[in-house]
Structure formats: C-alpha cells, structure tokens
Design a protein around this ligand. Sequence first.
Ligand code: 5GP
Length: 181
Amino acid sequence: MHPDMEKILFSKVEIDEKVHELGNILSRDYVGKELLMVGILKGASVFLADLVRAMDIDVRIDFIAVSSYGTSSKSTGVVRILKDLDKSIELRHVLIVEDIVDTGLTLNYLLEILKARNPASVRICTLLDKPSRRGVNVPVDYNGFAIPDEFVVGYGLDYNEKYRHLPEIYVLKKEIYQYSK
Ligand code: 5GP
C-alpha cells in the first residue's frame, strides 16, 4: 500500500463491480435516448472512462471544469467555469458524472447552470457520496458507494493533484493533509 494511505476503502475488484452495476442500470434507463455524459474534471475522468466502457448503448462524452470560489478547500457553492462544454446541450439528455458529492454545493450550482441551457433532462451520477456532510438537497440519481466523512483519494481523486493514478480508493493519512502544503 502507498505509504501516505491510512487504509484501503475500495479495491479494484469492488470498484469494477460497482462501475459495471451502474453501467447496466444506465444502459437500461437511457436505452433509445441520445445520452451525453458530462464528466467534471479532473476527478471524474477515471470513473467516466470506466463507466462508458461498462455501458452497451451509444453515448457521447464531454467535460466541464469548475473551480469553487472561496478559501482553501471550503466549498462556497459558487462555481466558476474554467472549461465549458464543447457543444450546446439544448434538448439533450445530460448525465453529470462526478467523483464524489460532499456538501453538494458545487454540484447544486452546476446543476442550475446546466438546467438553464434547456436540456431535455439532467441527472447526476456519482461514484462516492458522503451523505452526512450534505448541506443542500442536491438530487443524486445514481450513486455508487455511500462513505463516511473521511478524506479519500485514488481512482481520480486527488490531494494537491497527487494520488489520482491509484487504481483503488483509500483514506489518506491525516498527517498528510494536516501538515503539508
Ligand atoms: P461539495 O461542493 O460537494 O462540497 O464538493 C465536492 C468536491 O469536493 C468534489 O468534487 C471533490 O473535488 C472535493 N472533495 C470532497 N470530498 C473529498 C474527498 O474525500 N476526497 C477528495 N479527494 N476530494 C473531495
């Protein structure tokens, strides 16, 4: 195990099984519809890449990058778009693909921005969810794992841009994010 990690939360096999389970549900729910899957950069890129390959319907992919206003890691709920979608989503079925929902503020704001563009539908799919931290009632339609309030990394999730490449999901040692900068 990587020396910065406290413990493993989900193994490669557990993640793979969950991604396939979600892929099957999505393929069934969106059959016959033109689906646009929107990954939120950078964290959701690994999940999105695996998820689309676990689906057996035609999908399109786009990415959006947002940054949250405010100090340090505290989410304020107001997001700035750093990289917008390449194409219009008007009358399209949109699925936002996120790595983790924490307070829900970022996603709630993004949802409002995308809804204002008049899509046929917008739903949310997240791999991880911290329900105990939810500050706003953001509608999560598809959820992989509910997790406790711990800081996790790996499988796309970072701390200071590190650890995204790890194939498993880990709880990061507290001393790593308490004392490093
Ligand atoms: P929210 O607006 O829901 O509070 O913030 C969600 C964002 O916070 C996620 O997209 C992610 O970037 C970050 N985040 C929240 N919890 C964690 C965590 O446990 N690990 C990592 N790496 N990022 C997290």
